[in-house]
Design a protein around this ligand. Structure first.
Ligand code: DHB
Length: 394
C-alpha cells in the first residue's frame, strides 16, 4: 500500500494541504486521532486574513464563508475606555472575515469527502519510519483496532503543538525557540446580541479584554487572566464586572446574556527550525505556536501549506525537489514576523502581573503613539490583515 503524501492531523494545515494537493492531482491520506464531531466542535479563534479568504474562494471552498462570515473593514482599539477606529480596508485595501476555525474545518472536511479523499478519523499514527530513506513507512491503528503499514513519498506532521514528530527534527541539530507570557485569556461564549459589528481590542490598567462575535445571537468575549486561573475562579458576576470595566466606552456597553462556555487559553510562542528532515515535514502548530492576540495561528498554517503544496507537487510530478528543499527558508521569515506581531500587540494590550503606574502609562503611550500616527495605524493594519500568501507555479 502506497500513498504519495501521508498527512498526520486534520486541522487547518493538514486539511488545506490535502485539498491543494488534490487540485493538482496528487492524492494523500489524512490521519486524525479525534472524532469528526470533536474536530468540528472545538472552539478556537475566528479571524481569516485576506490571503486565507482568497485561497478559500479560489479553490472552491468559500461559498459558506462568503455567505455567513462577517466581513469587517475596521477594528476598534480602546485604551482606558477611549475608543479609536482603525479603518483596515481604507488603509490596506484588505478585509478580514470573522469565521471560526471549526467552521473553516467543516468546509474542508466536507470538500475532502465530496472529492473522495481519504480522511481517517479516530485513527492514531503509531510510527513514522525510514523518512530519511527512499520511502517513508507509516503505521496506523484505526478505531476498530486494526493496524496497517503503508509507504509514503512524503509525510507531513500537521498534528498540532504537541506533535511527537517535531522531536525527530529538534533532537538532531534543530532548534526550538520558545517564549512564555505571564498572562492568559479567559474566553466565553454568550447568548447575547452583538456589542457592535467590529471587534474591540480593549486595554485598561486591570488588563485586556476582547469583544468578538460569532453570530447575531452568539458573542465571543475574552478577558486577560492569570495562566493558572481555572474557570471556577470566574463567576458570571466577576466576568461582567471586568468586561464592563475594561471594554465599555462612550456609546458602547458590552452586551450581556447567558454564558454557556468558559475556557482558559494559554499564551505561548514557539518556532521550530528547520521544519523538515528527509521526507518528513512539519506544518502549522506542529512547527510553531503563536499567542492568540491577532488570531494568526490558522493563517500561518495556511501560509505554510501554500509553500508545501506546490513544492510537493513539483517533487512528485516533475522530480524537482528545489522548492521542497527551500520549504523552511521560505516559511520561517513569515512565521517570525507573525510571532513579532502577536508578541507586540500582546505586550501593548496586556498588563503584566503587578504592573506599576510607569509600566501601564508607558504601554498606553506606545499604543497611542501608533494610533495617533497615520503611518502607525497603517503599519498596524497591514500586519493585522496579513500578507498575501506565497504563490508558486507548479
Ligand atoms: C478572536 C480571537 C482572537 O485571538 C482575535 O485576535 C480576534 C478574534 C475570536 O475568537 O473571535
Amino acid at each position: 500500500n502506497h500513498v504519495p503524501v501521508a498527512i498526520i492531523g486534520a486541522g487547518p494545515a493538514g486539511l488545506t494541504l490535502a485539498h491543494l494537493l488534490h487540485l493538482q492531482g496528487v492524492e494523500s491520506i489524512v490521519f486524525e486521532s479525534r472524532t469528526r464531531k470533536d474536530v468540528e466542535e472545538t472552539v478556537r479563534a475566528g479571524i481569516l486574513e485576506q490571503g486565507t479568504l482568497n485561497l478559500m474562494r479560489e479553490t472552491g471552498v468559500g461559498a459558506r464563508m462568503e455567505a455567513e462570515a462577517d466581513h469587517d473593514e475596521a477594528i476598534d482599539i480602546s485604551i482606558n475606555n477611549e475608543r479609536t477606529r482603525i479603518p483596515l480596508t481604507e488603509l490596506t485595501g484588505h478585509k478580514v472575515a470573522i469565521y471560526p476555525q471549526h467552521e473553516y474545518l467543516k468546509d474542508f472536511i466536507a470538500k475532502r469527502i465530496e472529492d473522495g479523499g481519504e480522511l481517517l478519523f479516530t485513527t492514531t499514527v503509531d510510527s513514522v519510519e525510514n523518512y530519511e530513506g527512499d520511502l517513508a513507512k507509516v503505521t496506523y491503528t484505526e478505531a476498530d483496532g486494526s493496524s496497517t503499514t503503508i509507504t509514503a513519498d512524503y509525510v507531513i506532521a500537521a498534528d498540532g503543538s504537541n506533535s511527537p514528530y517535531r522531536k525527530l527534527i529538534t533532537e538532531d541539530g534543530g532548534v526550538r525557540a520558545r517564549h512564555e507570557y505571564p498572562y492568559a485569556w479567559f474566553g466565553i461564549l454568550v447568548e447575547a446580541p452583538k456589542t457592535q459589528k467590529e471587534l474591540i481590542y480593549a486595554t485598561h490598567p486591570e488588563g485586556f479584554a476582547l469583544i468578538s462575535t460569532r453570530t447575531d445571537e452568539i458573542q465571543r468575549y475574552y478577558l486577560q487572566c492569570n495562566p493558572d486561573d481555572t474557570p471556577d475562579m470566574w463567576s458570571d458576576d466577576r466576568i461582567w464586572e471586568q468586561l464592563h470595566l475594561r471594554a465599555d466606552s462612550p456609546g458602547i456597553t458590552v452586551s450581556e446574556g447567558r454564558i454557556f462556555d468558559k475556557a482558559v487559553l494559554r499564551f505561548r510562542s514557539a518556532v521550530t527550525e528547520p521544519m523538515q528532515k528527509g521526507r518528513l515535514f512539519l506544518a502549522g502548530d506542529a512547527a510553531h505556536t503563536v499567542p492568540p492576540t491577532g488570531a494568526k495561528g490558522l493563517n500561518l498554517a495556511v501560509a505554510d501549506v501554500a509553500v508545501l503544496a506546490p513544492a510537493l507537487v513539483r517533487a512528485l510530478k516533475k522530480k524537482d525537489t528545489g522548492l521542497l528543499d527551500s520549504y523552511t527558508s521560505l516559511a520561517v521569515p513569515r512565521i517570525w514576523k507573525a510571532q513579532h506581531f502577536s508578541y507586540w500587540m500582546s505586550s501593548m494590550l496586556h498588563a503584566v502581573p503587578g504592573e506599576d503606574h510607569f509600566a501601564t502609562q508607558r504601554r498606553f503611550a506606545e499604543l497611542r503613539s501608533v494610533l495617533e500616527s497615520q503611518s502607525g495605524q497603517r503599519y498596524l493594519a497591514e500586519q493585522y490583515v496579513g500578507r498575501d500568501l506565497p504563490r508558486f507555479e507548479v
